[in-house]
Design a protein around this ligand. Structure first.
Ligand SMILES: *Cc1c(COP(=O)(O)O)cnc(C)c1O
Length: 377
């Protein structure tokens, strides 16, 4: 049996090796390392795939969030509502720009930000909401857009974990996660659902004026070469990464299907277990399973993690410390936020291997070992 990994990028590469190698070679042959044809092509393909009006590629998913907040012209002290149960990058850029992160609860079922908690946290200083499509499931965007409209707030969707996921409104309209709010952001970090072989990211918007600002900010605030109108940064997707993404984007839906199939296998094996809660699947989105995350009740989680490791099975805690309890937010009053649901989840979640190359034999071993440990405890 192939070694089980949280994410098996080697096995995935083996299937697309010829295309990827020749795409990378072409960039080198043409020496078009920055803003080359591969970048233009990828931007066009991703625009079509997402059904977004504008796609602005950038250097990584953290920059994408930062550029989004800069483009909205938020001022120091403005409040930005964000879940605490997320990867730190979502919340870090808020602090970096000297905005005030306002941490709110997630819905313990979906792991995504709770719209009722957002509305309760709104003050006259609130300017934006940053929902995170956690673990590959789209947040309750219809409710979030409704709140944003009533309070005149911008919505930045952190889509780093959910590229390719569809969200269906009660009207029946379907949109890609990341194209629903004011701005969407994503990451092409290697282990993400659409990963390159280094760092990469992108920003989505349907607003022409915002698209112009986003492009300028990602390129030193430049309107025309050597004319810099606003303060920006240098954030580019490089051509070699774009070449890899050009090979992988056509496979994205098939990759999501493979992840869903692995999730189905897990779901079935753990169904109705009194100590295991399998991931909720919202009826308004098709989960793309960036992670497969269980909630354990009455289980020695560290013991399970160690037992699985002894049996050659990796497992991870995403994330061991919620954002509001990170030291970096001491100066922003992080620990003063009372988030009992977030703390409760943080103590109980565990993520199992999830990627596009899991086979039946591996899934069988993983589920058997998880059940063996839990049932003997
Ligand atoms: C990975 C990730 C990011 C950051 O992406 P990078 O490309 O690593 O900068 C931001 N938000 C979430 C939710 C992520 O999972």
């Amino acid at each position: 049996m192939r070694t089980i990994q949280m994410v098996d990028l080697k096995a995935q590469y083996a299937k697309i090796r010829k295309e990827v190698d020749s795409a990378i070679q072409e960039v080198i042959d043409n020496a078009a390392f920055i803003n080359g044809k591969a970048v233009t092509d990828f931007t066009a393909s991703l625009t079509a795939y997402m059904g977004a009006k504008h796609v602005i590629p950038c250097a990584n998913g953290t920059d994408a969030l930062q550029i989004a907040m800069m483009a909205l012209d938020l001022q120091p002290g403005d409040e930005v509502i964000t879940p605490s149960f997320t990867y730190v990058a979502t919340t870090e850029v808020i602090a970096l720009l000297r905005l005030q992160p306002v941490f709110v609860e997630v819905d313990p079922k979906s792991f995504c930000v709770d719209p009722a908690a957002i509305e309760k946290a709104i003050t006259p200083k609130t300017k934006a909401i940053v929902p995170v499509h956690m673990f590959g499931q789209v947040a309750d965007m219809e409710a979030i857009l409704d709140i944003a409209k009533r309070y005149n707030l911008a919505v930045i969707e952190d889509t780093a974990q959910a590229i390719g996921a569809d969200y269906t409104f009660s009207s029946g309209t379907t949109k890609k996660a990341g194209t629903i709010g004011t701005i969407g952001t994503t990451s092409f970090f290697p282990s993400k659902n659409l990963g390159c072989y280094g760092d990469g990211g992108a920003i989505f918007t349907n607003d022409d004026a915002l698209a112009t600002r986003l492009k300028m900010i990602a390129n030193h605030g430049q309107s025309k070469r050597y004319y810099h109108d606003i303060v920006g940064c240098n954030s580019r997707l490089d051509s070699i990464q774009a070449a890899v993404l050009n090979c992988k984007l056509p496979h994205l839906d098939e990759y999501a299907a493979a992840r869903r199939q692995a999730a189905d296998y897990y779901d079935k094996a753990f169904a109705n277990h009194p100590k295991i809660k399998t991931p909720y699947r919202s009826p308004f989105c098709n989960h793309v399973f960036h992670q497969y995350t269980l909630i354990l009740e009455g289980v020695d989680r560290d013991g399970l993690n160690a037992f699985l490791a002894e049996n050659g099975i990796p497992s991870m805690i995403y994330y061991p410390v919620p954002a509001h309890r990170q030291k970096m937010f001491d100066a922003f009053g992080g620990a003063a936020f009372d988030l009992t649901i977030t703390d409760w989840l943080t103590e109980r979640v565990i993520s199992l291997p999830m990627h596009t190359e899991l086979d039946q034999e591996q899934l069988n071993l993983i589920t058997n070992k998880v059940l063996e440990f839990i049932n003997k405890g």
